[in-house]
Structure formats: C-alpha cells, structure tokens
Design a protein around this ligand. Structure first.
Ligand SMILES: [Zn+2]
Length: 135
C-alpha cells in the first residue's frame, strides 16, 4: 500500500469524493485508510472507563485505500506515487508528476517545525538530485 499515516490525500471516489484530509491510520491488510473528516460516521458510544463520555460521537470510518490519492506536498496535486530508492539507498515514494521525494519532503516538513532555517538549502539539493534521476 502506498498510503501512510500522516499523508495528505484527496478522495477520488465514493460519497466523499473531492474531499481532502490527512490520513489518521491505515490497515494495509484490509487495504483501508481512515482519513480525517472523510466518511464520518455517528457512533453511539458508552462510557466504559472513567475518562470516556457516553453519547453520540462522530468519527471517520475506514474507506478503501484505492479511493484516495496522495497529494504531493511539493506540486500540491493529487498524484500517483513511484517507489524508488533515494540517494541514501532507502526506499522512498516519489511524485509521478514532479518526481519529488514525497517522504523526504514530509520528513523535512517535520524538521521545519523544529529548525526553521535549514529547509531552503535542502530543497535546492533535492531538485539537483531529481534532475540526474530523470536522465
Ligand atoms: Zn509532485
């Protein structure tokens, strides 16, 4: 399965078509994903522990992974992914459209939160690597 927790995805089929959301969890065996705000179901919940509330809660139910597409964080479009090795020999997912390393850019986005000043140089290096890959 090419979708992982934390990915931004677009729904391409079903009742919630064209909705965008972040993947909250995945079930690779069932080929299902839970997307924030997509396929939201009402659930009648009963308090079983002291910190739980009884009542009707709404929460997203799993949808088929084939009904969503990853949104590339770089070109910002719904895309298919390509599995390749990155410059360190690790398996990574690449955008079929702009050929950016989706996993690297996600890791960078996380790093950006901690260190806001390192991204600009790292991004330039990525573009150079992609250019050599295309040949
Ligand atoms: Zn892209």
């Amino acid at each position: 399965m090419e979708i992982r927790k934390g990915d931004a995805v677009k729904v391409i089929a079903g009742a919630d078509k064209d909705k965008h959301g972040v993947v909250l969890s995945t079930s690779p065996k069932a080929n299902k994903v839970v997307v924030d705000g997509v396929n939201v179901m009402k659930k009648h919940q009963r308090a079983r522990k002291a910190n739980e509330k009884s009542g009707i809660v709404t929460e997203p139910a799993p949808i088929d992974a084939s009904n969503v597409m990853i949104i590339c964080p770089l070109c910002n479009t719904a895309t298919r992914v390509e599995h390749k090795l990155d410059e360190n020999g690790n398996k990574a997912r690449f955008c079929k459209k702009c050929h950016a390393n989706i996993d690297a850019s996600k890791a960078k986005a996380k790093a950006t939160v901690k260190k806001a000043n390192k991204t600009s140089t790292a991004k330039k290096k990525d573009v150079a690597d992609d250019a050599t890959d295309a040949e």
